[in-house]
Design a protein around this ligand. Structure first.
Ligand SMILES: Cc1ncc(COP(=O)(O)O)c(C=O)c1O
Length: 391
């Protein structure tokens, strides 16, 4: 039985998501009245006397355009704090630097390939240890926790198999063992799912994806309600220095204004695309949390507003997958996801190529798997494109 959601921290409980997206951190500029946030390119800020300034000293440690974005991002996740970064992986790296040599991390086995690479090829060298688990099985998560476990790292829905994790149940187990929970909420978006309100301690985003939404900016974010974690993260953000440019912050603020509209349409389109693929004889299996056949549908219905814009499906083998991808006309063959235009890709050769074959196979990422990021086009055109590519 799920608990009541944790309280909102944005201080705007009465505002709906779309209103918060447009009005938190996005209001008229107090200095000029401009209804669009200015882009502050200055790297340094004049002080009236030593240490006497208006909140900004040097742009790595703080910048007004980034501060507006961070306020807006916190509002999206109903969080107390948010920090913006130059990419999703920059956010992840900065967050993982909260840990110390000897600490152990339990992670969902089909995490994004780049996250796996960061764990396996970079952070292991600094004395962190990692265990993969099917976090859809809460008992399996509990069995993987050791006295050294400080963090449980989740994605839900996962990339690329759209598995669903019960964030509330896993958080309860992790907390009972003194471990924190971080959810990579990139696929779901804060419009569909708010992990902090489901019990997670930290949320990360690749804002390159749905938050930006137009395939024109790389960015990342961390959100938390924990003041102590925020203090350490703020220190790491400045000490490590992986911060976004003011122009990138501005592009993200612009993209966020339509986040709710885009994700709603993408979710509706993906629901129809998944249903059409499930009826197609060339398709062996469709992974979409909104399908009745999806094992995580009940949990997804509880913790998500809609089922999202990502769909993956399996065809017979790699040759069939590559042929299908080559025939698509509207879906661009490209990495990344979450933008207004539809994209298709082959996880085992593209987004998840950085995972060793054995890890990929264990996670169930086969060579016949195709991943779709469904955009906002007319859905009948998208379905026709897929059907002719599969014929
Ligand atoms: C789920 C997920 N998390 C994190 C990342 C990394 O984000 P970025 O590419 O912005 O560094 C990606 C990138 O594809 C992703 O799909």
């Amino acid at each position: 039985m799920a608990r009541e959601p944790r309280p909102s921290h944005s201080g705007q409980d009465s505002w709906g998501f779309a209103t918060r997206a447009l009005h938190i951190g996005q209001g008229p500029d107090p200095a000029t009245g401009a209804v669009v946030q200015p882009i502050h390119l200055a790297t340094t800020f004049a002080q009236q006397g030593v240490g006497q300034h208006k909140g900004f000293e040097y742009s790595r440690s703080g910048n007004p355009t980034r501060a507006a974005l961070e306020e807006c991002l916190a509002g999206l996740e109903d969080a107390k704090h948010s920090l913006a970064f130059a990419s999703g992986l920059a956010a992840e790296t900065t967050l993982l630097l909260l840990l110390s040599p000897g600490d152990h991390v339990v992670y969902m086995e089909d995490v994004y390939g780049g996250t796996f690479r960061l764990f396996d090829k970079v952070l292991k060298r600094y004395g962190l240890t990692f265990s993969a688990v099917d976090a859809g099985d809460v008992d399996a998560v509990e069995r993987s926790i050791t006295p050294a476990t400080r963090l449980v790292w989740l994605e839900s829905p996962t990339n690329p198999l759209l598995r669903v994790v019960d964030i509330d149940a896993v958080s309860e187990v992790a907390h009972s063992h003194g471990a924190m929970v971080c959810v990579d909420n990139t696929f779901a978006t804060p419009y569909l799912q708010q992990p902090l309100r489901l019990g997670a301690d930290l949320v990360v985003h690749s804002s390159t994806k749905y938050i930006g939404g137009h395939s024109d900016v790389v960015g990342g974010a961390i959100m938390t309600n924990n003041d102590e974690l925020e203090k350490q993260l703020r220190f790491n953000q400045n000490a490590v220095g992986a911060v976004p440019s003011p122009f990138d912050c501005w592009l993200l603020l612009r993209g966020i204004k339509t986040l709710a509209l885009r994700v709603e349409r993408q979710s509706l389109n993906a629901t129809e695309v998944a249903a059409a693929l499930e009826k197609n004889k060339a398709v062996k299996r469709v992974h979409y949390p909104g399908l009745a056949s999806h094992p995580g549908r009940a949990v997804a219905s509880r913790q998500m507003r809609m089922f999202g814009g990502m769909v993956s499906f399996e065809v017979d083998d790699e040759a069939t997958a590559l042929r299908t991808l080559g025939r698509l006309k509207l879906f661009a063959l490209a990495e990344s996801l979450g933008a207004v235009e539809s994209l298709a890709e082959h996880p085992s050769r593209m987004t998840h190529a950085s995972m060793p074959v054995s890890e990929r196979k264990r996670a169930g990422v086969g060579d016949g798997l195709i991943r779709l990021s469904v955009g906002v086009e007319d859905v009948a055109d998208l379905i026709a494109d897929l059907e002719s590519a599969l014929a």
